[in-house]
Design a protein around this ligand. Sequence first.
Ligand SMILES: CC(C)=CCC/C(C)=C/CC/C(C)=C/CSC[C@H](N)C(=O)O
Length: 530
Amino acid sequence: MMIGKWFKLKSTIVGVISLLLIGAGFTSFSEAGSTDDVDLKSTSFIASLKNDARMKARRPPQRVAVVGGGIGGSSATYFLRHLFGNDVKVDLFEPSGRLCGRVATVDVAGRSYESGGSVIHDKNFYAKAIAKNFGLKEVNDDTGNGRLGFFDGEEYVLETSPWYLITLFRMLWAFGLDLFRLKSVESEFMNKFIGIYNLHKQGQSFSSVKDLLHATGGDTFVNSTEITSCKLFREKGIGDRMIDWLVNGGLRANYGQDCHVNGFVGCVSMAGIQSTLWAVDGGNKQLCEKLVESSKCNVLSERVTTVRKTSTGRFSVDTENTTNRFYDLVVITTPINRDKSKIDVSGACGEGVAVPSATEDKRHYRRTVATFVKGKLNRTLFNCDSLQSCPESSLMTNGNLFYRSVGLHVPVNFDPKKGDTIETGVYKVFSTSSLSNEQIATLFEGHSEVKEVDWFAYPQYQPPDRLETFVLNKEGLYYVSPVEWAASAIEMSLISAKNVALLAFNNWYGIEENIYARGKNQNIKDKSEL
Ligand SMILES: CC(C)=CCC/C(C)=C/CC/C(C)=C/CSC[C@H](N)C(=O)O
């Protein structure tokens, strides 16, 4: 029984690749890093400054504002609290009053399902450490038949099997040595990127997305954001079939785009179709709820319209309801963009800073419609006849279809011990616009409920993507969201929020040596020195 289950789990595509490499003796690829590299509360960094005169020369800020209650904002309240201490008054502005933004659930047929940021990687150590710290349980979606299919709109060009050896044979036949090449690129990117946890643990912070990427992956990372994923993977020797099927199929499901996105986000997307993904039992949004509760901040359900610098040197955060609330530090965690939030920060940015502006910035966020269907897949279209025999996830190898992926998902509180089976699953269909009744009828033979979630989910990538500053004003105005233009994911927002909290702290107390200067690498210790 156990072996059967294990084979099934490992039969996802990248699981197969990992196994191939383990067989080939490359186990170290997948073993680097752990939650021990994470210091959520920056305890050791603060302790290292105990006798530092700079900490005594200035009092902590009195009032801090965090704008936006998504995963970035919720975690920022927690990181700031632990860096600046209990005396700081922290206000969190979230107009909806609902925490976690794009990490949300939707109710369908009496159960809740992840509707936004739904998966977390096993090497996403901030998310892992937060879950562990608050006693949240990690769950892997290994409830169904584990089958993944690549669908061109008419037939499956490739399908995994419940049997590992069959999957392996099919994959080798389809992709040959590209399996190894892809895994090698993924391992290189992942293992460099997780260096960020140790840097943050030492108190290091990075003033821009470019600096953060440079400190972890050097020119390789920075350059990867300047070219398309198609080009990056081709330069690594990966052939067109793997790009058309695997890379594009994954990107359509994860980012609603294809390999014309930047190379870095292409690598993150590939990490997002691995077998080592997890979610929080009961819903990922609990990460935010626990962080905010623990940070003891005030949540204000007001929409921020303007942030401006006052003559006294503080910042005023004005909302639709109130003006003249003054803060020493302000952290904006919601994207200022025509499709997202229109906050005016022009009167608050420092000299020479490119002011984020919802009117001037021509970039777009990508509209994503997630349609949840409690129903039965069209047997003729998908060439299968039951929940058990149809692929659980279908990635599209064809960009001209009206849907971008179709997958079966179980509720966030799925519990076989309480009698839950795969029958509790609903299909999630991603598309660029609302599905018509005819389109739903094309995909499903019948359904009892349909729910739609329509939002601007992630950036519309167009390399070279701008790797902008986190510092809008060194005197106390910071911005978490630019990280999304390198890649948008739950962990990217957590890393950015932690980085901004450290940056605000280092700037406040003048711990200059902990602010990374590109090319100098001062004070960054090699992992072996720790
Ligand atoms: C540099 C590399 C390869 C990875 C960086 C670490 C990281 C951020 C991994 C995240 C992988 C992941 C879970 C991707 C999901 S894509 C976004 C998706 N739409 C979602 O959030 O649900």
